[in-house]
Write a protein that binds this ligand. Structure first.
Ligand code: HDE
Length: 710
């Protein structure tokens, strides 16, 4: 089946080119010595021992022995892509950064998406936060915006990060569970650290199981500063808004996708880019003038708080497009080093205590991950600007610095490199006035731990709320300690009573009225307990519509995967009519037949099969289409895997369309009420199917769909 711009063609071209190039290349050692046997080691006689002298063997094996570098302690599992950023309009009133003032620029970027808790080889659909790290190679130096797909973080102070991560990682005695938060140590920590509850409820929401990396938002999380030419500072939060909208799968799908295709997100990103469906995000900013710092009910420096868009609207200022896959996963996606400390003139930090700690941690981690202080010389980490300074030597120095001087000031080297003037674009930190005592404490303005999780929950549609209740029930159901579950129930009740009751019912427990204090203290510490207790929930905003996925874009079916269920004898005219309309809208149709190879239509023509029913699963598709054709339907009706395919699509509230005899196949399944279901279309025009797919899911179906035993 010929899909427009299908990945296969490009791949073929690349392979041909590779073969062409390879014809001119002769195998050599790393010293350039030509090699004529890479299969046999050097031996003392045909059946004799291998000789130590064999430098070819030793070079090959030694290199292989050292192929792995330590995986990232967090965000180990990731997928990357190249692209560019374009500015729609200058924001020079806020920032002097070239990328924010020059609308003619196309700034190259490299993006790495990731899960947090799992190892490098873990499955993509773990319930987890997703990393969303962007490296902008700007003309004034590299800027890294190292964010997540949720607008807030779990903790308020960098000091707690190792505790948070140790609690969520596999438990140290048995290294279980992999890439999962549903276990005792995590909830022991969360239930005792109320600042985590906001990010935690986002993790219980559908945001933690995205349909695609291309369909999730990104956030810089911390409040940063923008600095204009006059040296004025504005507080700013950064947002990435996906053009395809924010969409997720259900938990039942996530669990199944992890088995059917653990690389689901990585493959989806790769294939979309190969097919020329370049993912796009708009960059938005929320700007708060310096003088408004204290006008909110929460502290701008507290990374567990978002600024509701109802209070400060997001101004869209530019767009990022990802249009090139890496050539080599290790060299680029694995070796890329993001540092929140990589900033450029026009942007600056705030005193957010989490951000401040990150400014230390990321450089430090690269030293052990990438082996030394020269990691900036690895091609993916090199800035596009020239670099000149007096730093020298170290592990894996790739450059050959010239000259006699490596110090400043000098006269022997003509004073080079000279210091840059402000007028030449030198970086100058914002001169924030500070007059304070040195203290090891936290500001009391950070103590509101319940208002924003409650705001998030209130802002969601009913189906999103139900998913959250199910997620809490699942996660806590996996804990073994009743004390932990009860402490969590108490905390959930501080967010929403009704939610806590639902979860308690699922756990077979009661919501406790009280729990033993203190919660946020190190047990046995002498610090002032009350100072760190969460304060009572406030209600400064009833809801914030930007928080609900029910308000996202539903205007496109581009890149949606449509499973077309066929066997020999399927109706070609039904298929063609649907294909023409769906492909025009950018969807991708895939033939799923009882076997691989080809399948014959009712006009006796052969068509390539994309997947045999035994190699694929319903959860890998966004919608199902069943063309008519009696012979075809008679075969499909008798194959339980097809019935399961349709049942699951129904259970997951997906659009299903059938033509003519296709209805008989639907009759064999658990699909019910389909005459009233807007996303079950029998003998309808393709346009209706397009509309139903664009809605992503028909959540109204949830009450009946949840009863389907698939
Ligand atoms: Fe990270 N984080 N983090 N983090 N983080 C790392 O750096 C750390 C935090 C985020 O694709 C590590 O190079 C500390 C917040 C992303 O390569 C490490 C603290 C946010 C990535 C590290 C935080 C993030 C990382 C591991 C608390 C969202 C992946 C490997 C102070 C704004 C980047 C590495 C990539 C990676 C430390 C908190 C996002 C260990 C100490 C908040 C997207 O340095």
């Amino acid at each position: 089946m010929a899909n427009k711009g299908a990945p296969k063609n490009k791949k073929k071209q690349q392979l041909e080119q590779f073969e062409k190039d390879a014809k001119h290349n002769v195998m050599t050692t790393n010293q350039g010595v030509k090699v004529n046997d890479t299969n046999n080691s050097l031996k003392a006689g045909e059946r004799g021992a291998t000789l130590l002298e064999d430098f070819l063997l030793r070079e090959k094996i030694t290199h292989f022995d050292h192929e792995r570098i330590p995986e990232r302690i967090v965000h180990a599992r990731g997928s990357g892509a190249h692209g560019y950023f374009e500015l729609y309009k200058s924001i020079k009133k806020y920032s002097k950064a070239g990328i924010f003032t020059d609308t003619k620029r196309k700034t190259p970027v490299f993006v790495r998406f990731s899960t947090v808790a799992g190892s490098k080889g873990s499955a993509d659909l773990a319930r987890d936060v997703r990393g969303f790290a962007v490296k902008f190679y700007t003309e004034e130096g590299t800027w890294d915006l190292v964010g997540n797909n949720m607008p807030i973080f779990f903790i308020q102070d960098a000091m707690k990060f190792p505790d948070l991560i140790h609690s969520v990682k596999p438990e140290p005695n048995n290294e279980i569970p992999q890439a999962a938060s549903a276990h005792d140590t995590f909830y022991d920590f969360v239930s005792r650290s109320t600042e985590t509850l906001h990010n935690h409820i986002w993790v219980m929401s559908d945001r933690a199981i995205p349909r695609s990396l291309r369909m999730m938002e990104g956030f810089g999380i911390h409040t940063f500063r923008l600095i204009n030419k006059e040296g004025e500072s504005f507080f700013v939060k950064f947002h990435w808004k996906p053009k395809l909208g924010v969409h997720s799968v259900t938990w039942d799908e996530a669990v199944k996708i992890n088995g059917a295709d653990p690389d689901f997100h990585r493959r989806d990103l790769w294939e979309a880019i190969e097919a020329g469906h370049y993912p796009e995000w708009e960059l938005g900013i929320q700007v708060v003038p310096q003088n408004d710092e204290h006008k909110f009910e929460f502290d701008l420096l507290d990374p567990t708080k978002l600024i509701p868009e109802e209070l400060v609207p997001v101004e869209v200022i530019g767009k990022m497009t990802l249009n090139r896959n890496p050539e080599n996963f290790f060299a680029e996606t694995e070796q890329v080093a993001f540092l929140p400390g990589h900033i450029i003139p026009g942007i600056d930090f705030t005193n957010d205590p989490l951000l401040q700690g990150r400014l230390f941690s990321y450089r430090d981690t690269q030293l052990s991950r990438l082996g030394g202080p020269n990691f900036h010389q690895i091609p993916i980490n090199r800035p596009i600007t020239e670099t000149h300074n007096n730093q020298r030597d170290g592990h894996m120095q790739m450059d050959i610095p010239k000259g006699q001087t490596a110090y400043f000031p000098n006269s022997l080297g003509d004073g080079c490199p000279h210091l840059a003037k402000m007028s030449e674009g030198a970086f100058h930190s914002f001169e924030e006035r500070i007059d304070a005592k040195k203290v090891r404490t936290r500001s009391e303005s950070f103590n509101d731990h319940y208002s924003q999780p409650a705001l998030f929950y209130r802002s969601l549609a009913d189906w999103e709320k139900q998913h959250i209740a199910e997620a809490y029930t699942f996660e806590l159901g996996k804990c073994t300690q009743q004390g932990i579950k009860e402490r969590m129930l108490y905390q959930i009740a501080q967010i929403d009573d009704d939610l806590a009751k639902k979860v308690a019912e699922g756990l077979g427990l009661k919501v406790p009225k009280n729990i033993e204090a203190p919660i946020n203290q190190a047990i046995g510490a002498d610090a002032d307990v009350n100072k760190h207790q969460p304060i009572k929930k406030k209600n400064y905003l009833e809801s914030d519509s930007a928080l609900s996925q029910s308000r996202t874009n539903f205007n496109s079916i581009a890149t949606r995967q449509i499973g077309v269920l066929v066997a020999d004898g399927f109706s070609m005219s039904d298929y063609k009519e649907m294909k023409t309309v769906l492909e025009k809208e950018g969807a991708i149709l895939k033939f799923i037949a009882p076997r691989g190879g080809t399948v014959k239509c009712d006009e006796n023509m052969e068509h390539e099969v994309d997947a045999s029913i035994v190699t694929t699963e319903s959860v890998l598709f966004d919608a199902v289409y069943i063309p008519g054709g009696k012979k075809s339907i008679d075969v499909l009706k008798n194959e339980s895997k097809y019935l399961k395919f349709i049942n699951e699509a129904f259970k997951h509230c997906k659009a299903i369309a059938a033509m003519a005899e296709g209805e008989n196949l639907i009759d064999e399944t658990f699909v019910v009420n389909y005459k009233d279901d807007k996303a079950i279309l029998i003998n309808e025009k393709p346009k209706k199917f397009v509309e139903a797919i664009a809605k992503h899911r028909n959540w109204d179906r949830m009450p009946v769909a949840s009863k389907v035993p698939a």
